[in-house]
Write a protein that binds this ligand. Structure first.
Ligand code: FES
Length: 138
């Protein structure tokens, strides 16, 4: 059996995976999913959680007293690494830098800040009685 690992095949496969992620605005949340206690996420850092076949990066931006969630999949080389990115500030707005090639993305909108890659899908986060909840549509 021949396995097709051409660049075109790999790119198509990556696009199918990327297509699973879509931003959820707070007013479209249909289900809040408990992904752990707030203590289980590092201060001023990220972690990855799973929801079905999605990998979601969750950031405890404690110096801003804010939480963010976005797809863990970097749209640059389609690696599941965003949750290991460094968080910081871009002209006053929160951002994450992919740990592999330092592409920066807004944690609020998912927008690629230093290029024209597709935006990251973002998800609402709330804390309820010490639990971290992420909003999904299904
Ligand atoms: S894989 Fe994320 S910037 Fe290259």
């Amino acid at each position: 059996m021949v396995i097709d690992k051409s660049a075109e095949y790999l790119a198509m496969n990556a696009l199918v995976i990327l297509d699973k992620y879509a931003t959820v605005s707070p007013d479209h949340v249909q289900k809040w999913v408990d992904v752990g206690s707030r203590e289980s996420f590092p201060a001023n850092g990220g972690a990855c959680v799973k929801h079905g076949d999605l990998q979601i990066a969750v950031f405890n931006f404690s110096s801003r007293s804010k939480w963010y969630a976005c797809q863990n999949l970097c749209p640059h080389k389609f690696e599941m690494v965003i949750g290991r990115g460094l968080i910081g500030d871009e002209q006053g707005a929160p951002k994450v830098a992919c740990p592999l090639h330092k592409n920066n993305f807004s944690l609020e909108s998912g927008e690629h800040l230093n290029g024209d890659l597709p935006a990251l899908a973002t998800y609402p986060v709330k804390i309820d009685e010490g639990r971290v909840l992420i909003g999904f549509t299904s």
